[in-house]
Design a protein around this ligand. Structure first.
Ligand code: GLN
Length: 541
């Protein structure tokens, strides 16, 4: 029988609920349990795919091509939970399914209501996620939003029913709150008390509280919170501010015995904890020596979450290469202005991440040309690869109007164009080339060296593609076509020529998104080699 842990949040958003839930998952995996992570998102969008990165941060893509909330990225970085469409439940999906059933007449004339029909649909989706793998021991269900939000009510009600129906040891509630500090340095527990009251009004008594606080809460404060919130004194934990990395949080929780308390509440016999990968990752963190400055040239720079997985993957690569990676966020529109090169002169590597729409494209092309001419390591991801192709067309082949048809429909040299299968697509949601597929790497290329083999499986999310009619001219002029789909029909990777004395040290673009599979305990190969090249370049200068 599966156990369920419902993780909710109170007081305010952005307390790190996703990281807390993921860290708990990591700890339970360390105890030998098979964990599955599920995110419930109260928004009405069917998935995150149609949302602007400014609204909601990055869209995380799973193997099966689901466009999900970025919290699934946290799950992937902290745990081994398999992630698919089943692990991301939104209000939009739930209502869509219920309304479709209603139209099919499957409710047999009954009046269709939030309770029981919407809550039943939520419960059946959580159970389906649990059943995907018969060996699942624990399902951690993170409920998005903050208790008290109108939108989260159906999800909390579904959780209440599941706790009620499963019995106390089979489903528990973990509630994350904030302990603010007021003038004079005093820590205040009242918002936590109110937040737990709001949970109790929903019919859920939290079993465990994780309190976000500037410092570790002392025993007296924990006892006070326990008394007022009706939880056991040993079930109040602190997620205090740390100045290392979020990846230390599993250890922070372990030191407070969070996993032990949760296992005993669930009646699971405690097994020896194995957290070696987390400790050795922290050793690598402490052993980093020196710094490389990586310029990320993109368009959604103000919001850190917009390129979340890319930034995390750079950090992971730094761990593996023994250097700190300093992120230099460069708004590509700014590069379009005159005399804007100064910022590029200070960096050891350029990364152009994925993106959509025309704004800032010329600045990215400029960054590509600059890295190419100055032999600075360059890593292009999805749009970043298309930018390399446009740069090559405009600046090496001298086709001034070389462009992607995404940005200029009238170009005489559409070196990047709509995928054939996309021509008739009218609906924007879930219709790109999405998810995991195979890439075949050419021997003797950077990409082959990075993965150490020909067969590469990575995830995609795009509508446009290197135009095959330019393949010959591009290759003849020196651009390396380093990887294709196995049938040879699509270009998956291009590289700048690296042979000879004036060869470029490491310039590569891929049509897929390697950032989604990077972990703090195992950096994505291309990120690792990019940072290694940047480190080398810095040492040589
Ligand atoms: N806009 C480009 C396309 O659709 C790139 C997409 C991306 O970078 N994810 O092909």
């Amino acid at each position: 029988m599966n156990k369920f842990i419902f993780v909710s949040g109170g007081v305010c958003s952005s307390l790190g609920k996703g990281v807390a839930a993921s860290s708990l998952g990591a700890l339970l995996e360390g105890r030998g349990l098979n964990v599955r992570m599920v995110k419930c998102d109260p928004y009405i969008n069917v998935d995150a795919g149609t949302m602007s990165p400014y609204q909601h941060g990055e869209v995380y893509v799973t193997d099966d091509g689901a466009e999900t909330d970025l919290d699934l990225g946290n799950y992937a970085r902290f745990t081994a939970s398999p992630l698919s469409i089943a692990n991301s439940i939104t209000t939009g999906q739930v209502y869509k399914a219920v309304i479709e059933k209603e139209r099919e007449g499957r409710y047999l004339g009954r009046c269709v209501q939030v309770i029981p029909h919407i809550t039943d649909e939520i419960k059946s989706r959580i159970l389906a996620a649990a059943k995907e793998d018969p060996d699942t021991d624990v399902v951690i269900v993170e409920i998005g939003g903050t208790v008290g939000d109108i939108e989260s009510i159906p999800f909390l009600e579904a959780a209440r029913q599941m706790i009620h129906e499963s019995g106390k040891t089979n489903a528990i509630s973990v509630h994350l709150t904030l302990i603010p500090e007021v003038a004079g340095g005093e820590l205040k527990t009242k918002p936590t008390q109110h937040s737990v009251k709001a949970m109790q009004e929903m019919g859920i008594q939290p079993d465990v509280l994780i309190c976000r606080a500037p410092v570790m809460l002392d025993e007296a404060t924990r006892r006070k919170i326990a008394l007022f919130c009706n939880v056991a004194p040993d079930a109040v934990f602190t997620s205090y501010n740390i100045d290392t990395t979020i990846y230390e949080i599993p250890i922070v929780f372990f030191d407070q015995k969070l996993d032990q308390v949760i296992l005993s509440k669930m009646g699971v016999e405690s097994r020896h904890a194995k957290l070696d990968p987390w400790y050795s990752m922290m050793d690598k963190f402490a052993a980093r020596n020196g710094k490389v400055r990586i310029g990320i040239v993109g368009k959604y720079m103000e919001l850190h979450d917009a390129y979340k997985s890319v930034y995390e993957a750079l950090f992971h690569a730094g761990l593996e290469c023994g250097v700190e990676v300093e992120l230099v966020k460069i708004d590509s529109s700014g590069l379009e202005e005159k005399n804007s090169d100064a910022v590029l002169e200070t960096i050891d590597g350029v990364l152009v991440p994925g993106g959509f729409g025309q704004r800032g494209i010329n600045g990215m092309v400029k960054a590509s040309a600059w890295a190419r001419n100055n032999r600075i390591p360059y890593f292009g991801i999805c749009l970043g690869m298309q930018i390399m192709v446009i740069d090559w067309g405009r600046n090496v082949l001298n086709w001034d109007d070389a462009d992607s048809t995404e940005f200029n429909q009238d170009s005489k040299h559409p070196v990047v164009s709509l995928l054939e299968e996309q021509v008739d697509v009218k609906n924007y949601g879930g219709t790109m080339r999405l998810g995991k597929s195979e890439t075949a790497a050419e021997e003797g290329t950077h990409i082959f060296a990075a993965y150490g083999e020909k067969h590469i499986w990575e995830r995609h999310r795009h509508r446009y593609e290197f135009s095959n009619k330019y393949r010959k001219e591009m290759a003849e002029s020196g651009l390396k076509i380093a990887a294709l789909t196995p049938d040879g029909s699509l270009v998956e990777c291009v590289e700048w020529p690296s042979d000879g004395a004036d060869g470029h040290p490491w310039g590569l673009g891929v049509q897929f998104h390697p950032e989604f599979k990077s972990k703090p305990t195992a950096a994505a190969p291309l990120f690792r080699d990019f940072i290694a090249a940047a480190r080398k370049r810095k040492a040589e200068n």
